[in-house]
Design a protein around this ligand. Sequence first.
Ligand SMILES: Nc1ncnc2c1ncn2[C@@H]1O[C@H](COP(=O)(O)OP(=O)(O)O)[C@@H](O)[C@H]1O
Ligand SMILES: [Mg+2]
Length: 315
Amino acid sequence: MKVAVLKGGRSLERQVSLRSGARVQDALERLGHSVVPIDVGSDLVDQLAAAAPDVAFIALHGRDGEDGTVQELLEAMGIPYTGSGVSACIRAADKVLAKHAMRDRGIPTPDFYSFSETAFEALGAAQALPAIEDRLEFPIVVKPATQGSALGIKFARTPADVPQALVAAFSYDRKVLLERHVAGRDLAVSILEEDREEGSRRPRALPVVEAVPQQEDFYDFESRYEIGRTRFVCPAELDEPVAVRASELALEVYSLLGCRGFARVDLMLDSSGEGLYVLEADTTPGLTETSLLPQAADAAGIGFDELIERVLAAV
Ligand SMILES: Nc1ncnc2c1ncn2[C@@H]1O[C@H](COP(=O)(O)OP(=O)(O)O)[C@@H](O)[C@H]1O
Ligand SMILES: [Mg+2]
């Protein structure tokens, strides 16, 4: 097959995407496909028209690549593509939409309130903050609605921290959420569809991965994501029922949002060791050497090339 690998783009995660893309290209070549790499920019439509691929492999992260925009263009051009369709991408990329859908379905997600810039500018939302702070309790997690960069996320410890955290989050998006903090362990469950008989596919949860910060930087959250400061354990050391429950929740979220092919669901396990809360779903998870999905696949005995072949087969 002729496969266009879409990578790069203008998002904050451009560098990660270039790494994912390069790895995907190598795997596709080993699998015998003909590969057309495309660094996504203002000439995307022209490039796709010129390449006329059988399928597009989306190795983009963050805005545009993950929020349904590129998917919509591919739909318009009649080019099949890997991963979730437009509507699942739109719902997953917006944490507020995803969390409302989860809450409506009874899937546990930390309590939250969400506001647009307009609510603060034109409706006096700041006056509602004390009531929100009472309900959510400190520390409160403040984050931009659209996923892509952990940089916009701040933990506010006191009422005085909230305005600053909101300004930081609003610099990434026009909609933000204030969320109840869950003290505990950071888990991720990747989902991959597997072939069944008669050409049908079924999503399967891969082993749970735990991200363990190397230093107890509770408030200094960003530093947890610097290279070498987080250790990944896969499969995570969990009691069997907790691991099973985390996988079930991830599969429920996958189907709730209408994901396809593959995805990753992030959860927190609270300090009681029993309460699981879904934070978000990621429809184009990272595919670099250190990314969570390839690690989880590896733990399940699925090598990188096989992983890529399966993602392609689910198109
Ligand atoms: N409500 C929360 N309670 C505790 N930690 C959180 C909470 N929300 C986010 N975090 C921390 O921030 C990380 C990133 O948050 P997440 O919602 O997954 O956004 P993204 O990965 O899109 O930046 C999580 O993996 C977790 O470590
Ligand atoms: Mg996350």
